[in-house]
Design a protein around this ligand. Structure first.
Ligand code: G1P
Ligand code: ZN
Length: 543
């Protein structure tokens, strides 16, 4: 085989963040930038030699070129077999499923998730291990180590693989199988949910819209919702994956899925609305004139899991990321199961899932999932809700309100200050840390602080510790303020402020969310001097 050894200069900034290596497209287009990181993966995971690799991405700009480069490098690095999605497409959950189902050594997923795409947008690459989940921190650190000292990479000079034609190709000892990206995933969903019942729901006067945001879930949602479950044609909006997502942020939240929001907040009744992100792992759930916070969605999914075929036998336990509201904790307590609190990022759920300690997990950032794969799963959450609506025959709003009546309501919101100057963001965090000692016991705007710290996670399975996972200010009444700097942004720093206030009394469950959180918002400003440090009067995005 004609393997070319290419000398290269190492890049020193290839440290994966919350979810893989994510940079602007232009950054990735620097000479050999992609190649050095890919070689670092091959060097760090020697089992890939002779192994099976799953490969695909969310279809964004640079996806196709990157796939051809990785195929050539895989051949040179001795990979035996590759499953690649047709057109280079694989949603993150579908890739996770393929890795598990075909017992692959691992997978490479090309995506910058919900970040914008196109030549001026972002690109990303992440490696998933044989359990189907994102590489844990020790492995991503190893990628970084290898990348920082790399002096050469290996590549073959093969013809581009025809990605648009399913079939098998033999290239220099590497067997490339171009597969339908939807088949295996659709099959898995049918094993978890009562498709007959959902079909019956959709055959009635129930109406729904799903916004694929011109990202990867279009083909998945059309196949499952329209072709299999019988939803009306046109149910799936923005179904065609586009390299630049039509110029939008493929982020399923109230700010970015504006067209969908307008359809649901409209007298012409649509019963259910949902959206997914760039790579298909996030979800937003809406009812008529009603938004379900992701934290509530996780809690409601946990509380109702016994009604869904795949979860009929009960839950082993649940987990949420630290900033996610504590709504699911209350459900776990009632069910008598464990609830784990992990740092932000799906990779921290992997050990708990593999070890059989949890069945469900989720994050406030529109991510929910279960032990069926090792990634969060947008369409899975949508199907879960549809199955639940079909069983309970109530509206989305009624289900959520009943849940609040039973468990209390966690008023919750996240305020993002995007693209602020990195030194300013660091100073703000330091300013907060300096107050840790004096805060406990202090009364601020009428609320008493009981604890202030930097969150550290001790993994109960591998006993590793992850430090500095967000600043927590906890109050005596259960309210919380969390401050974190994003690990996925590509410009400057993004400050995330998470606000949570518990309200037990059903008489107080009708407040506007921002109004209910106003006292906490004021305390956050007093403690963190956000305006002073960031120079911003208001958050960029509120979810
Ligand atoms: C964000 C979310 C986090 C999620 C990640 C990947 O990370 O906050 O929950 O796991 O995207 O989708 P962050 O930018 O906050 O580091
Ligand atoms: Zn995503």
């Amino acid at each position: 085989m004609a393997v070319e050894t290419v000398p290269c200069t190492a890049y020193e900034d290839q440290k994966p963040g919350t979810s893989g290596l994510r940079k602007s497209v232009r950054h990735f287009q620097q000479p050999d930038y992609l190649q050095t990181f890919v070689q670092a993966i091959f060097n760090a995971v020697p089992e890939l030699r002779g192994g099976l690799l799953v490969l695909g991405g969310d279809g964004r700009y640079f996806n196709r070129e990157a796939i051809q480069v990785i195929l050539r490098m895989a051949a040179a690095n001795g990979v035996a077999r590759i499953l690649v999605g047709k057109g280079g497409i694989l949603s993150t959950p579908a890739a996770s499923n393929l890795i598990r189902k075909y017992q692959a050594t691992g997978g490479i997923i090309l995506s910058a998730s919900h970040n914008p795409g196109g030549p001026d947008g972002d690109f990303g690459i992440k490696y998933n291990s044989s359990n189907g989940g994102p590489a844990p921190e020790n492995l991503t650190n190893l990628f970084f180590e290898h990348a920082s000292k790399l002096s050469e990479y290996y590549i073959t000079a093969i013809q581009p693989v025809p990605l648009d034609k399913p079939g098998h190709y033999e290239i220099e000892g590497l067997r490339v199988e171009v597969i339908d990206p939807v088949d295996d995933y659709a099959e898995l969903m049918a094993t978890l949910f009562d498709f007959e019942r959902i079909r019956a729901l959709l055959a009635g006067d129930f109406s729904l819209r799903f916004d694929a945001m011109h990202a990867v879930t279009g083909p998945y949602a059309q196949r499952i919702l329209e072709q299999t479950l019988g939803a009306a044609r046109g149910t799936v909006m923005h179904f065609e994956p586009l390299a630049d997502f039509g110029g939008h942020h493929p982020d399923p939240n109230q700010a970015h899925a504006r067209e969908l929001m307008e359809l649901l907040y409209n007298p012409r009744k649509v019963d259910f609305g949902a959206a997914s992100d760039g790579d298909g792992d996030r979800n937003m759930i809406l009812g008529h004139y009603f938004f379900v916070t992701p934290s509530d969605s996780l809690a409601i999914i946990a509380a109702n899991a016994h009604l869904i075929p795949g979860y009929r036998n009960g839950l082993k336990g649940v987990a949420r990321s630290m900033p996610t509201s504590q709504a699911v904790d209350r459900v776990a307590e009632k069910l008598g199961i464990a609830c784990h609190e992990t740092p932000t990022g799906w990779k921290f759920f992997g050990n708990l899932l593999d070890d059989g300690q949890i069945t469900l997990c989720g994050e406030e950032s529109f991510g929910t999932g279960s032990d069926h794969i090792r990634e969060k799963d947008g369409l899975w959450a949508v199907l879960f809700w549809l199955n639940l609506l079909a069983v309970r025959q109530e509206s989305v709003e009624d289900i959520v309100r009943r849940h609040w009546a039973d468990h209390g309501r966690h008023y919750y919101s996240r305020h993002d200050y995007e693209a602020i100057a990195t030194p300013a963001a660091n100073t703000l965090m330091t300013h907060l840390r300096q107050q840790f000692d004096e805060l406990p016991g202090k009364v601020i705007h009428g609320k008493t602080v009981c604890q202030a710290d930097d969150f550290t996670y001790h993994d109960p399975v591998d006993h590793s510790a992850s430090h500095h996972q967000g600043i927590r200010i906890l109050f005596e009444d259960g309210a919380r303020l969390i401050f974190r700097l994003s690990g996925t942004g590509t410009q400057g720093a993004t400050l995330r402020l998470y606000l949570e206030q518990y309200e037990a009394d059903v008489k107080n469950h009708d407040q506007d969310v921002q109004a209910a959180l106003a006292p906490l918002i004021q305390i956050a400003e007093t403690l963190a001097l956000i305006r002073t440090f960031t120079g911003r009067d208001a958050p960029t995005v509120i979810t």
